[in-house]
Design a protein around this ligand. Structure first.
Ligand SMILES: *Cc1c(COP(=O)(O)O)cnc(C)c1O
Length: 470
């Protein structure tokens, strides 16, 4: 630095307004954000300004600019991180997008109990301590036909708790064809190890016979377990043992028979025009002693793990100390109860439960919806992109009926340049909208499957397209 530059730099340091003076001129900010956050961000900004001056730069040090920087920083910190998005991926129960959306009844119940003391574990009839599961247990029993039930944080926790309660230190035979991984973070063999039991693999990947289970049973066998292989299917030369046969074998050896159903469907899917999937009640009636399933997959409720079946086994599970670590909170219990109540009336169910409402929308209806949106989307994206209405297939998602798809329709967007880069630029822009739009890239185009775009969201979807910077 020349002597002149050094002099200029020192002059700039002298011109800096002190933090105290700046604070005195930020009455509005102090009132809005509070003293501590404003001071802390102001210190950070001034440290940055000093560093810039030291390096010979000439940052804008006017009070107005510094105020603006404080406001920008604090506003950004104030934005919620978890926000709604439009799921146009075509996967209805998308794990990364939070799976099931709750019905209005469940949302209202959450708000009601969240902001107030409740009778969560308080029996209003006797004034004594109550059971938090009393709010949902009989509802679960009604929809599954089970004699008892309990609930935990998710289905992974349900499997962990069942095995830890009934098979700690003992063996559990499972078919090699059922040692599934779900979403990378849940692998049946790993959960079994952590639950404290020993996995005994039986059969082969493609074929497992009843005699394989029979040969695996020893004096250290704790129970027989079947895992619903919900996110893939082995095809070709295959053989699996039917639930009723396994149930009979378990009974013969006086062992509990447990099924991890994964998704856990509660209604007859074929009557809704959906791919057939046995219901929880059907599986129990085939002789399972316990079933476990998710609350936020096909059930359409909040994240939860439901365990239903034999009363003595449920009692044992409830008294496992781990249960306390895995239990549900009042908001989830309130939401789950409302969702389960909808199942009492199958007629209203499809209308009221978003998951089933979305899954049962017809291709005809979605095609018409796509056509009605075509002009608005095309004019927002032209001339760089070409938009067409195309048929496509939606997936149920979350490992429910993986190979079954549902006919749907999409807005298919292709870059006129044919360049991958342009397609990616559009996906990026759509994700950055105030209500981010998440589509699916497939065969050199971006597909917006409209199955999960409800009519009320049309306005919000199209209005923001003008802000795309293409
Ligand atoms: C989804 C699934 C799980 C895990 O359920 P979460 O509710 O996500 O914890 C476990 N087992 C099977 C078979 C599944 O499909």
């Amino acid at each position: 630095m020349t002597e002149q530059q050094i002099a200029a730099r020192d002059q700039r340091f002298r011109e800096l307004t002190s933090i105290d003076d700046l604070l005195r001129q930020m009455k509005v900010e102090l009132k809005r954000w509070g003293h501590e956050p404003v001071t802390s961000i102001l210190r950070d900004i001034m440290t940055q300004v000093r560093a810039d001056i030291s390096r010979g730069l000439t940052p804008d040090i006017s009070v107005a600019t510094i105020r603006q920087r404080v406001n920008q920083n604090l506003s950004a910190d104030d934005l919620p991180s978890l926000i709604p998005v439009l799921n146009l991926t075509g996967t209805v129960l998308h794990t990364n997008l939070g799976r099931a959306s709750l019905p209005a009844e469940a949302l209202a119940a959450i708000v009601t109990v969240a902001g107030s003391p409740t009778n969560l574990e308080f029996d209003l009839a006797t004034g004594k301590r109550g059971d938090r599961e009393s709010h949902v247990e009989s509802l679960i029993c009604k929809v599954t036909g089970a004699e008892a039930a309990t609930v935990v944080n998710n289905n992974a926790a349900a499997v962990l708790l069942v095995l830890n309660t009934l098979a700690l230190g003992r063996d559990v035979p499972v078919s090699r064809g059922e040692l599934v991984e779900i979403g990378g973070s849940f692998r049946i063999p790993e959960v079994m190890t952590r639950s404290g039991c020993t996995l005994v693999e039986v059969g082969a990947t493609n074929r497992t016979h009843l005699k394989d289970y029979r040969n695996a049973i020893t004096s250290t066998t704790a129970l027989l377990m079947k895992v619903h292989t919900s996110n893939y299917r082995v095809e070709g030369f295959t053989s699996v043992v039917d639930e009723s046969e396994l149930a009979a074998l378990a009974r013969e050896h006086e062992l509990p028979f447990v099924i991890d159903l994964g998704s856990g469907n509660l209604v007859n899917f074929s009557t809704l025009g959906l791919p057939d999937e046995p219901t929880a009640a059907q599986v129990l009636s085939k002789g399972a002693d316990l079933i476990t399933f998710s609350g936020d997959k096909l059930l359409g409720g909040p994240q939860a793990g439901l365990i239903a079946g034999r009363k003595d086994l449920i009692e044992a599970i409830k008294s496992n100390p781990l249960k306390r670590a895995l239990r549900l909170d009042k908001m989830t219990l309130a939401a789950l109860a409302e969702v389960l109540k909808l199942y009492r009336d199958p007629q209203r169910l499809v209308e009221h439960l978003p998951t089933l409402r979305l899954l049962t929308r017809t291709q005809l209806e979605i095609r018409a919806q796509a056509s009605s949106l075509l002009t608005a989307v095309q004019s927002a994206l032209s001339p760089r992109y070409e938009v067409t209405v195309n048929d496509c297939y939606s997936q149920i998602g979350s490992g429910s009926l993986p190979v079954e798809t549902i006919a749907s329709a999409a807005l298919r967007i292709a870059a006129c340049s044919g360049e991958d880069l342009d397609l990616r630029a559009l996906s990026d822009q759509l994700r950055k909208l105030a209500l981010p739009v998440i589509g699916r890239t497939h065969k050199n185009a971006l597909w917006l499957d409209l199955r999960c775009l409800e009519t009320e969201q049309h306005q919000a979807f199209t209005a923001q397209l003008d802000s795309l910077q293409l």
